[in-house]
Design a protein around this ligand. Structure first.
Ligand SMILES: C[S@@+](CC[C@H](N)C(=O)[O-])C[C@H]1O[C@@H](n2cnc3c(N)ncnc32)[C@H](O)[C@@H]1O
Length: 211
């Protein structure tokens, strides 16, 4: 109804109730120069707009199971981002998709049905190559009024009846189980913009034996 000009504006205003996307981007860990970022469940692309403004050297592939993807990307981002709409992680890998340097999973896990979350993180493991890569998960901590409101909005405005919030503890359990040898660390997002949280998973450095 709002069309391509007004929908992104309305979307930005609506999303601001739940999350400060500038704060999300500020909390991301440093990424190597020219890194390939796989944005899983990229949605409208508002995070990618911000990320590319700060880090124009990044190469970004957005992937989403939904056939509509990147509707809010600005012109510059649209030229630079590779869009893989209607694509799952296993399809990305099956089609020979390049292993990314970082996987970004922002506000996606609470849309993955609870019984499919282990398989989802196993698929994340499968798209990583042999080189060290980061996995970044942003989501919403249950137990706050804004979390409940976002759950209701997802269920009754976005119409996703399967949505179920996932705690930071549970995300860390799922990710560490699927990513052997990875260690998790918490960013400052939960303190800066509750109830949003962000955890980063990276290969743990090998233990050095004492001489
Ligand atoms: C709330 S949106 C988040 C959009 C964006 N990542 C952000 O934070 O602004 C959730 C997106 O995840 C996608 N999604 C959910 N499960 C998925 C899956 N298993 N694989 C790929 N995309 C998925 C949905 O289609 C939707 O576009």
């Amino acid at each position: 109804v709002l069309g391509p000009r007004f929908f992104p504006l309305a979307g930005r205003w609506y999303r601001r109730i739940f999350v400060d996307l500038d704060e999300v981007v500020r909390c991301l860990p440093p990424l190597p120069s020219g890194a390939l970022v796989l944005d899983v469940g990229g949605g409208d692309g508002e995070i990618v707009n911000r990320l590319l403004r700060q880090r124009p050297d990044l190469r970004i592939v957005m992937l989403d199971r939904n056939p509509r993807l990147g509707g809010s990307l600005d012109d510059e981002a649209r030229r630079r981002v590779v869009l893989k709409a209607g694509t799952s992680l296993s399809e990305y890998r099956g089609a020979g998709g390049q292993p990314p340097d970082a996987v970004l999973i922002s506000d996606v896990v609470h849309h993955v049905p609870v019984g499919e979350r282990e398989a989802f993180f196993a698929d994340v493991r499968q798209v990583l190559g042999d080189a060290p890569a980061l996995v970044i998960v942003k989501d919403v901590e249950p137990g706050h009024f804004i979390s409940w409101l976002s759950l209701m909005a997802d269920r009754y405005v976005s119409g996703d009846r399967q949505v179920a919030l996932v705690s930071q503890d549970e995300v860390e359990r799922l990710a560490v189980a699927a990513l052997p040898g990875f260690a998790s660390e918490r960013t400052a997002l939960l303190a800066r913009n509750p109830p949003n949280y962000c955890s980063v998973f990276r290969p743990a450095p090998p233990l050095t034996a004492p001489e």
